[in-house]
Design a protein around this ligand. Structure first.
Ligand SMILES: Cc1cc2nc3c(=O)[nH]c(=O)nc-3n(C[C@H](O)[C@H](O)[C@H](O)COP(=O)(O)OP(=O)(O)OC[C@H]3O[C@@H](n4cnc5c(N)ncnc54)[C@H](O)[C@@H]3O)c2cc1C
Length: 365
């Protein structure tokens, strides 16, 4: 592994919300991502037909809390953005403690990245220690179909654990990586989520029959049925109403059991549902909403949708007084690189941004 280039700044792998939060606080970092676009699990699709819709995370909560040295402190994500000069127009949704960006969830990531332009289409394949202080990172560039190798003294990985383990298993440097492999295995549990987007150009439901009010000051656009197949239904046409005149759009996130069972043959490469699911979906829309066949059905699937057993807890304050967090700190120091993500903070945007802000301001990053 001979590097073509050596960076004097930290290299962040992954341009999702974790990578964007790091870049917001330290704009000198270099960010690499395997995708053609940044955002990861915070992604929107934009266009006129279909209109904007969010097919990963749909909103965030503000504020969040951190417990450290026995004390709980509240952090406001909106205030953090203000203090970091991130300009982002947000709107409340559900309540005055939940928000989304007016231009779509992906605007969260691009606004926080600011002037940091991620190097896209680069998949990290291997990492190896160069000397006591530097790492070589080998990427596959899917645009040029070539291998690029760089070196840096500081690496921050922000990928879901299974994708990190794949890289580690391909890499030669075993002693330091094995310590991380053993540690990460305790938190390697993700749920899968199947997603469908439906668009009608000339039909909308009776909002009242769904207990939804398009004219409410703070809109409620979702219906949550925990544990059911059609678990989370979000009327994107209420969320982004300007883009709709006569029609409507619905985004469904399917339940964990349903998603696990139907994951493999959910869609074809063009994201059309496979034939058996097309019938199922059209029938479901008819039964639930008395809806005609939509003009468009677009499917997506998230293999590592949300970390289920995060080190700092799923709900409530981030627990930085835990022994596990001490172990994470030691591991970062001893191995010379850092691993962050929803497996650490919990699968919530505010926990990730607030957590990275806290770590950065307490010299833990
Ligand atoms: C369907 C769904 C709904 C959700 N709803 C909400 C919600 O409403 N509110 C909320 O707060 N949270 C929600 N979440 C959770 C939230 O989206 C995630 O916790 C968060 O986005 C994780 O961000 P991340 O940056 O840690 O990881 P990711 O977003 O996964 O980012 C990792 C990045 O690394 C890149 N990558 C992967 N492998 C490589 C490689 N080998 N080399 C280079 N790059 C690589 C990927 O392309 C990706 O961009 C939801 C998640 C899903 C899937």
């Amino acid at each position: 592994m001979e590097p073509n280039y050596c960076y004097q700044v930290p290299v962040v792998i992954g341009a999702g919300i974790t990578g964007a939060a790091i870049a917001m606080l330290n704009p000198s970092v270099v960010v690499y991502d395997k995708g053609r676009n940044s955002g990861g699990r915070v992604s929107s699709k934009q266009g006129n037909d279909p209109s904007t819709f969010d097919f990963g995370a749909t909103m965030f909560r503000d504020p969040m809390e951190v417990r450290w040295l026995g004390q709980e402190t509240k952090y406001s994500i909106l205030e953090i953005w203000k203090s970091e000069s991130v300009s982002l127009q947000t709107k409340p949704i559900y309540s005055d403690a939940h928000f989304y960006p007016a231009l779509g969830m992906s605007d969260l990531v691009s606004s926080m990245l600011g002037n940091v332009k991620p190097i896209q289409s680069h998949t990290l394949k291997k990492m190896e220690r160069n000397d006591d202080h530097t790492w070589n990172l080998e990427f596959y560039n899917s645009a040029t179909k070539q291998t690029d190798t760089i070196c840096t003294h500081s690496v921050i990985l922000t990928l879901p654990i299974p994708q990190i383990l794949e890289i580690f298993h391909r890499s030669k440097e075993k002693s330091k990586l094995n310590r991380w492999i053993e540690f990460l295995n305790n938190y390697n549990d993700y749920r899968k989520t199947l997603v469908s987007y439906f668009y009608w150009d000339k039909w909308k439901p009776e909002w009242k029959s769904l207990s939804l009010d398009p004219d409410a000051k703070i809109p409620i656009n979702t219906n949550l049925e925990p544990g059911s197949d059609w678990e989370y239904q979000s009327w994107e046409s209420l969320k982004y109403p300007k883009e709709f005149h006569t029609g409507s759009a619905l985004l469904v996130q399917f339940g964990a059991l349903f998603s696990e069972t139907h994951f493999e043959d959910w869609m074809d490469e063009k994201r059309n549902p496979n034939a058996k699911y097309k019938d199922y979906l059209i029938k479901g829309l008819q039964e639930k909403f008395n809806a005609p066949e939509p003009n468009l059905i677009w499917n997506h699937r998230w293999k590592y949708a949300q970390a289920q057993m995060p080190l700092l807890g799923r709900e409530g304050a981030l627990d930085l007084d835990s022994e596990a967090f001490e172990n994470w700190k030691h591991l970062c120091k001893d191995t010379g690189f850092t691993i962050l993500g929803d497996w650490l903070f919990g699968a919530k945007i505010e926990r990730i941004i607030g957590g990275i802000y806290f770590l950065s301001h307490n010299d833990l990053l």
